[in-house]
Design a protein around this ligand. Structure first.
Ligand code: ZN
Length: 234
């Protein structure tokens, strides 16, 4: 017989690791099926890589695609704006159903003002930076942000190779967030797969964007998401 416990021990564990499949790697001809496979396999957010052909060379998706995903899913939509002058389009993405809206510091002359603009529309505000931009570029808005995203490839294309030097940047931002006692998620985006995810988790990341590792898994999207979610949660 077990002795009755006379006191409770509270242990803080960071069990809240999130997986965010990037929908531009999905098969658009089967969008609803792909979303359903992500949901069933335990995805937490659906990541939307919005590119404008100006800030980055490629053009991908816009508010109409986000709105279609919103109708097909109950998961929060994690919208990553790789676009010039994001302040002009934030409202359109909020209306389309974005849960998180993340902007690049390279596109914002006043990052704290844009963070507040996003939050005033009822969305969580994310801030991010290119691999070549130092972590200190985010300092002005770090205490305000709900989410910080570290790009582990140069933005603009899906399917690029992970840059291992970004592990130190994740560690640096994790230390800054801890010093601020910030509850913000620290997300990583670019080349995240079964090998690189644990490295970023160890460095302090709590949310993981994944593209081809989920959607091009040989056993299908559901299996790809399930595997990465298991690795993220373990
Ligand atoms: Zn992204």
């Amino acid at each position: 017989m077990f002795a009755k416990r006379t006191c409770q021990v509270f242990v803080f564990t960071m069990s809240n690791y999130l997986l965010a499949p990037s929908m531009i790697a999905s098969d658009f001809t089967r969008l609803a099926e792909e979303i359903s496979a992500c949901e069933s396999a335990g995805a937490d957010w659906l990541h939307m890589d919005v590119m404008d052909g100006h800030f980055v060379p490629t053009i991908t998706i816009g508010p109409l695609f986000v709105e279609a995903c919103k109708r097909a899913s109950k998961l929060p939509l994690d919208v990553h704006l790789m676009i010039s002058e994001p302040e002009k389009y934030i409202e359109a993405f909020a209306k389309a159903g974005a849960g998180n809206i993340t902007v690049h510091v390279e596109t914002c002359s006043d990052l704290p003002r844009i963070v507040r603009q996003i939050q005033s529309l009822g969305c969580k505000a994310g801030i991010t930076l290119n691999p070549a931009t130092p972590a200190s570029a985010l300092d002005s808005a770090l205490s305000l942000a709900d989410l910080v995203l570290v790009m582990s490839v140069n933005p603009g294309y899906s399917g690029q190779t992970f840059m291992p030097e970004m592990i130190a940047k994740v560690e640096e931002i994790r230390n800054k967030l801890n010093a601020l006692r910030s509850p913000a998620h620290l997300e990583v985006d670019g080349g995240i797969n079964a090998e690189t995810l644990p490295l970023m988790k160890k460095a302090g990341a709590t949310a993981f964007v994944t593209g081809n590792a989920a959607f091009k898994h040989p056993k299908g999207t559901g299996e790809g998401v399930r595997l990465l979610k298991k690795i993220a949660s373990s």
